[in-house]
Design a protein around this ligand. Sequence first.
Ligand code: COA
Length: 197
Amino acid sequence: MNVSPEPTDSAIAQPTIQTARLLLRPLALNDAAAINALLMDKEIAANTETIPFPYSELLATEWIAPQLQAWQQGRAAVFAICLPSPPANARLIGVVGLEIDSPNERAELGYWVGKSFWGNGYCTEAARATIEFGFEQLGLNRILAYHKTRNPASGRVMEKLGMTHEGVLKQHTKKWGKFEDVAVFGILRSSGRVQKK
Ligand SMILES: CC(C)(COP(=O)(O)OP(=O)(O)OC[C@H]1O[C@@H](n2cnc3c(N)ncnc32)[C@H](O)[C@@H]1OP(=O)(O)O)[C@@H](O)C(=O)NCCC(=O)NCCS
């Protein structure tokens, strides 16, 4: 993982992270069209807690702006997952982020990837770098993540990240009128268990 601050920004600028195949960069307001194009897919919304369906470019814009502010306020670190080639035309393929609980030095990891890019290890690669960023750059002690029990792909990502299955929360969320069971995974900085591969 290679972390580089934005060249022109102040000390609190959100950095860009380079992984073997991906570029994780701060969101920008003009990502709204790309995010909307990827989220015009009910399967992504169905597997997340908060993404609505149908989606729209306006919803994307209204979601991006608070994420930028949240970084400034130390409440979140959200990155656009991009395929960097060719570098001048990096393509946004998903989003990964940490929602930070500063008093408890912990964060909740969240992610989604556009359907046509699934199954290439991109989410795992992006989330691994985000966890490393959370421990090494943000000084977090614990990172947790939730997935609906009917969404094993996300659980598999968490396993591949070296996270520990900590339990199942019965009927923890209500999506589109239906209560759903949610699994919780966690990882501690002291565990040293962030899987490199
Ligand atoms: C979950 C998600 C982010 C995974 O993205 P991805 O880039 O395909 O993830 P990866 O390729 O890194 O890993 C996916 C793993 O899940 C596995 N998988 C896929 N479908 C599966 C299923 N039905 N059952 C079990 N494992 C499954 C893949 O085989 C792969 O594991 P492997 O490397 O051991 O073969 C993507 O499917 C997505 O965006 N889903 C909708 C939104 C979502 O679920 N977000 C997470 C909310 S908690």
